[in-house]
Design a protein around this ligand. Structure first.
Ligand code: NAP
Length: 310
């Protein structure tokens, strides 16, 4: 019998219980899945970082933790976690992110705000947007989400560059990597999409220096993590015209405090960490597959490198 603890807020249990059971049954696994189990009997934890579990040391038989979220920045810092950790890569989450990124890139590419907010009797016939092939977009982070977003944007016709830690080959995307590649990837970019994880290396990757690499009036779109951006440098960049707009879905403090300057800033759009979420139907399949693999002695899919922090 495999004992699987579901550790997330109760609304999630309501959404996940049936899809998880369906996928575990399809693999003919013998299991007990519950929100509460004696800690010393738990084999796997399906885990949301906002669950109440913070001390993994009480789970003395634990084999692995399966994260429900793509981001693992808080989990990797938990010293009580001494077993393998898988992050979430889910086709529903990826599809949602592609749609969100494309929508926000298109908003800025087409300049829709001018007409949505500027219906004032003025015939602005100078405002036709350029074609996508004349617009450069850079995606920082070419992992499960970034690579798919870069591909989607290139299919529309944008000039797409990307940046990652290791070398990548993505059709019609100029791929840069390593510390030397950052400046090249950002050079004259008009729209930058941040899909990096929050690690010691990526903190404040958007700072005064890197903002200066961009084209004037560049747009920053951040569905990655709040700490990727040096907030002061961003505000300064907007003030001096280097940044034309920032669309931010994630923040250093969430929920973004009511009195935060971003809320009322005319050149910042705040969305409440809704770019994309893990979808129970597709994510349950990933989780069941990973439990099945681990039980058969195979490595977990999407295993986190604790040292790298993602
Ligand atoms: P992932 O597959 O782990 O990809 C991360 C990418 O960042 C990889 O390409 C990696 O390079 C690159 N990277 C990491 N550190 C780097 C560094 N120091 N220099 C250069 N490149 C670096 O992660 P993912 O699934 O695509 O998710 C990305 C992030 O999106 C998550 O960490 C999470 O923070 C965020 N997210 C947000 C939402 C939302 O609703 N807003 C939803 C889901 C996820 P390599 O490929 O070479 O390793």
């Amino acid at each position: 019998m495999i004992n699987i603890l579901f550790a997330a807020v109760t609304e999630r249990w309501d959404q996940y219980e049936n899809p998880l059971k369906k996928q575990l049954d399809l693999l003919s696994l013998k299991y007990k899945l519950a929100e509460n189990l004696p800690p010393d009997e738990v084999d796997y934890i399906i885990y949301a970082p906002n669950s109440s579990i913070k001390d993994f040391s009480v789970f003395t038989s634990l084999k692995a933790v399966l994260n429900l979220w793509a981001g693992v920045e808080d989990v990797v810092k938990n010293k009580t976690l001494q077993v393998p950790l898988a992050r979430m890569v889910d086709e529903g989450l990826t599809q949602g992110m592609k749609e969100w990124v494309l929508g926000h890139v298109m908003r800025h590419h087409l300049g829709t705000d001018l007409h949505v907010f500027g219906q004032d009797g003025q015939w602005r016939d100078w405002s036709a947007p350029p074609l996508a092939k004349n617009r450069s977009v850079t995606v920082l982070g070419l992992g499960a989400l970034g690579a798919q977003c870069a591909k989607t944007l290139s299919k529309i016709g944008f000039k797409v560059s990307g940046w990652s830690q290791s070398k990548k080959l993505i059709e019609n995307v100029i791929c840069y990597y390593g510390s030397d590649g950052l400046e090249k990837s950002l050079k004259d970019a008009e729209i930058v999409v941040l899909l990096l994880p929050a690690t010691n290396e990526t903190e404040n990757i958007i700072n005064q220096k890197t903002i200066n690499y961009l084209s004037n009036k560049a747009v920053i779109i951040n569905p990655g993590r709040g700490p990727l951006i040096d907030e002061e440098a961003l505000l300064k960049g907007i003030e001096n015209g280097k940044i034309g707009h920032a669309t931010l879905d994630v923040f250093r403090e969430e929920p973004l405090p009511e009195n935060h300057v971003f809320w009322a800033h005319p050149k910042i759009t705040v969305t409440p960490h809704i770019a994309s979420e893990t979808r129970p139907e597709t994510a349950s399949k990933v989780i069941a597959t990973n439990i099945d693999r681990f039980e058969k002695g195979q490595p977990l899919l999407n295993q986190v490198d604790f040292k790298a922090g993602y």
